[in-house]
Design a protein around this ligand. Structure first.
Ligand code: ADP
Ligand code: MG
Length: 352
């Protein structure tokens, strides 16, 4: 059997901080930074004003540290240092689970999206995602080329231990009625954008920024030349290229979920990392990618995953119920979007 593994993120560790000098003018300087965090590529472009005689601080380093801390202290299911890892341990051991205020807020928001998406978005499917293990298989190493599909019985068992309705929050405590594992992979990057935004709002010297954490992008403030931020949307049929761009002014969050991001292909079948919680198999709604445009990072990320599972018609309704805009690309490269997305979207030549 021919087995192929396609790497998502090339091990790209470019830790470059370049100050492009403004040649003595008062124009804000462009600070560009590419690095990795949260298992993905983080690209930052910050326009920073430097007051006379002041040493420029390094907001790009601070942002990277912020993303890494978010992962290691709160959201990672792998790292033993994180609150989520601790919660999963406590579930296994049947212990009482007291939530931090931040985690309580995240889990409450997740349950809201689960309810409104009819369970298409479900953070309780950790046992299912562990079983498929596509996230870690997508590293592209020689070892990861060995991939065995999970057995039907294993999937049924993992599914039996999941279900957002088996989770509730009371008096800052998490109540769980199954032997489940929580997985916040669908919202981690979006939560990072929300936190980066709070940080930027406190940094008077940053006048504008565009920051991408994997497939989630934050735009903030203005470009010194007054032009809009351009956020490219990857062509899911040819991930090396763009199907179009969004032109945005000011603060926005854009998240894309696609079947090209992390996957294993066997015998011509693509097994990707976005699961349908109804079946326990990779979602198969006919959609290749979904892009969500909204002001809130968490919501953009949660809805992109939910809409991918739901497909175009129902996904569009879900996005609109949250006041978010959505763009879907199907297997033929056909694009469908909410009315409110149209003014922002420009088709690239490749997508024509
Ligand atoms: P990416 O992480 O590549 O940006 P997504 O935001 O769509 O993509 O999140 C996918 C991740 O979310 C998976 O790797 C898995 O950890 C988790 N996940 C998969 N399916 C679901 C689902 N139906 N509901 C919630 N989380 C999911
Ligand atoms: Mg997501």
């Amino acid at each position: 059997m021919k087995k192929k593994i396609f790497p998502l993120s090339i091990s790209l560790v470019l830790s470059i901080s370049i100050f492009l000098s403004g040649c003595g003018t008062k124009e804000p300087k462009l600070l560009s930074h590419v690095d990795t965090a949260m298992g993905t590529v983080v690209v930052q472009q910050l326009y920073v004003e430097e007051a006379a005689g002041e040493t420029l601080k390094a907001p790009d380093d601070a942002i990277l540290e912020q993303i890494s801390a978010l992962e290691s202290e709160r959201l990672s299911w792998r790292l033993e240092t994180s609150e989520l890892n601790h919660i999963n341990q406590q579930i296994k051991e049947g212990e009482e689970i007291l939530l931090s205020p931040q985690m309580e807020a995240v889990l409450t928001d997740c349950l809201d999206v689960s309810r409104n998406s009819g369970g298409a978005f479900d953070i309780t499917i950790g046992e299912v995602t562990r079983l498929w293990n596509i996230d870690s298989r997508a590293g592209g190493t020689e070892e990861s080329a060995e991939y065995d599909l999970p057995a039907e019985e294993q999937i049924t068992e993992a599914l039996a231990n999941s279900g957002w309705e088996k989770l509730s929050i009371k008096d800052h405590r998490l109540l769980v009625s199954a032997d489940m594992s929580l997985d916040l992979g669908a919202v981690g990057k979006g939560i990072a954008l929300t936190e980066i935004l709070s940080y930027l709002q406190e940094q008077e010297q940053v006048v504008g920024a565009v920051i991408s954490v994997g497939g989630s992008v934050l735009t903030y403030g203005e470009k010194p030349d007054g032009t809009s931020w351009k956020v490219g949307i990857v062509n899911p049929l040819n991930p090396g290229g763009m199907i179009g761009t969004l032109s945005l002014q000011g603060q926005w969050c854009v998240s894309t979920s696609g079947d090209y991001e992390r996957y294993v292909e066997m015998d011509g079948v693509r097994y990707h990392h976005i699961m349908d919680p109804m079946t326990g198999y990779p979602a198969d709604s006919g959609v290749k990618s979904v892009t969500i445009l909204t002001k809130d990072g968490f919501l953009s990320d949660a809805l992109s995953t939910a809409c991918f599972v739901l497909g175009e018609e129902v996904g569009m309704q879900l996005a609109e119920s949250y006041g978010a805009e959505a763009l879907f690309v199907d297997g033929q490269g056909r694009i469908a979007m909410t009315e409110g997305m149209k003014p922002y979207f420009h088709l690239s030549n490749e997508g024509k």
